[in-house]
Design a binder for this molecule. Structure first.
Ligand SMILES: [Zn+2]
Ligand SMILES: [Zn+2]
Length: 170
């Protein structure tokens, strides 16, 4: 928690504060993903403007969990650069633009902000590497380690009827 009032920022002044961010366990499809054991350190820049407070949170960390294709541990780097703004006198009805959800009075809950930002930045598919070959659907061999002897996947057969059409076979 950052007590903004203690920074005593005058209009035009800025201050950077470092905050440790612990990544929550994120469960996707029954699989748990988490961050590195040591909490990541976020840098929060607070700038007092004439009519409000500008907040920027930057953070580099990683998401760790099983690879979507081969189930081996994957470490996916995540970089956050998020901004919020809190107007001194927010206009009613303009809430999302002028009110920072993580600011409660003078207390900025940077830890929750950082954790939320990491969840939002989570890639749709966690892969150990972009070209991960995955597991063979027939025998379960990790194809990153060695090829297996299984015939090519049956998925290719969807072209079968088309091929028959073209060659006139029945
Ligand atoms: Zn993989
Ligand atoms: Zn196989």
């Amino acid at each position: 928690m950052i007590d903004v009032s203690r920074l005593r920022l005058e209009p035009g002044e800025a201050r950077a504060v470092e905050v440790p961010i612990a990544l929550p366990v994120i469960t996707i499809g029954g699989v748990d993903y988490t961050g590195p054991a040591a909490p990541a350190i976020a840098r929060v820049d607070l700038t007092r403007l004439r009519a409000g407070l500008l907040l920027r949170l930057r953070l580099s960390t990683a998401i760790i969990g099983p690879c979507h294709r081969c189930l081996e541990e994957a470490v996916v780097p995540v970089t956050i650069d998020a901004s919020e703004y809190q107007a001194e006198h927010p206009e009613p009805g303009a809430e999302s633009e002028e009110v920072c959800d993580y600011l409660e009075g003078d207390d900025l809950d940077a830890a929750t902000w950082g954790a939320d930002a990491i969840v939002l930045a989570m890639p749709l598919k966690i892969l150990c590497r972009a070209d991960c070959a995955g597991l063979c659907p027939s025998c379960g061999t990790n194809l990153n380690e060695r090829p297996c002897q299984c015939p090519p996947p049956a998925a290719d057969d969807r072209w079968g009827p088309l091929r028959d059409l073209v060659t006139g076979e029945d």
